[in-house]
Design a protein around this ligand. Structure first.
Ligand code: UDP
Length: 253
């Protein structure tokens, strides 16, 4: 796509796109209109930490076609590298993408979360977006045998955009598998978004969102998340500082 080239910056070996919200949406829209496929990752420090430890997941992350910076961690990392970057919350980006699909008649599929959650999310989205055509809905709790059946179903129904809410790395690994045979599909891993769209979970109050502290609010509400985020975030930032100092030193030599 010559009219819109990606501009990316590596963070600890993982490419992150420097589009702002609008540009990322236009980039995706162009792919939609041209019947092209995309794997969109909403990248965060936890995923980068996991990708550094798990080669397979790391490869999948770097094979994505668009890695949007989701959350304050990536924003800070880019700031350390001297780049001012807008935070693009994956949940908001996905909602806008759904709006586009409804407006222009592209079909969508929802895979992930608990049965009741994904059904409620689908119903709420249908209420919110007139003409939204959801052609596939399935919960995210299945074994490897059921996974084969689900993959077949998805290939047959072939929604234009598939939203996958299994959490990382599960969602990215499944997308990586599906995209081998669904070259013209747009895939995006959306983490806990269906929980929010179903009404089961509230997003953080706007002030937390504005400050990029939604993760802090979720951690207060759900203290078990604490272990996942700490010490991952400070460690991540220390590693980014070390990488940046090293890069400057190499340039100076
Ligand atoms: N989930 C799922 N299948 C699984 C594990 C998780 O469908 O085997 C769903 C879970 O119900 C939740 C989402 O994946 O809706 C992950 O949410 P989480 O908040 O962990 O994701 P994050 O946004 O932190 O990546």
């Amino acid at each position: 796509m010559e009219c819109m080239q990606r501009i990316t910056e590596p963070i600890l070996g993982f490419e992150v796109d420097l589009f702002n919200f609008e540009e990322a949406l236009v980039f995706t829209h162009l792919h939609l209109k041209e019947n092209k496929g995309l794997h969109i990752v909403t990248i965060n420090p936890e995923m980068i930490a996991l990708g550094s430890k798990n080669d397979e997941f790391g490869r999948v992350l770097n094979e994505a076609d668009l890695s949007i910076p989701d959350g304050v961690g990536i924003k800070l990392a880019l700031k350390i590298k001297g780049i001012k970057q807008e935070n693009i919350p994956g949940i908001e980006f996905s909602k806008k993408l759904i709006g586009l699909c409804a407006l222009e008649g592209y079909t969508i599929g929802l895979l992930g979360a608990k049965e009741e959650v994904v059904n409620n999310a689908a119903n709420n989205l249908r209420k919110e977006f007139e003409n939204l055509n959801i052609t596939y809905v399935h919960n995210g709790y299945f074994d490897s045998q059921q996974e084969e059946i689900i993959c077949e179903e998805i290939k047959n129904i072939a929604p234009r955009v598939l939203f996958v809410a299994l959490g990382a790395p599960k969602q990215e690994m499944l997308i990586s598998k599906l995209k081998q045979e669904m070259r013209n599909t747009i895939f995006i891993g959306v983490g806990g978004s269906f929980d929010v769209w179903s009404g089961a979970v509230q997003r953080a109050p706007e002030i937390y969102q504005k400050l990029g502290l939604e993760w802090l609010y979720r951690t207060i509400k759900e203290p078990s998340r604490f272990k996942r985020i700490f010490p991952a975030l400070p460690l991540f930032l220390i590693r980014v500082i070390m990488e940046t100092v090293h890069e400057s030193w190499v340039k100076l030599r």
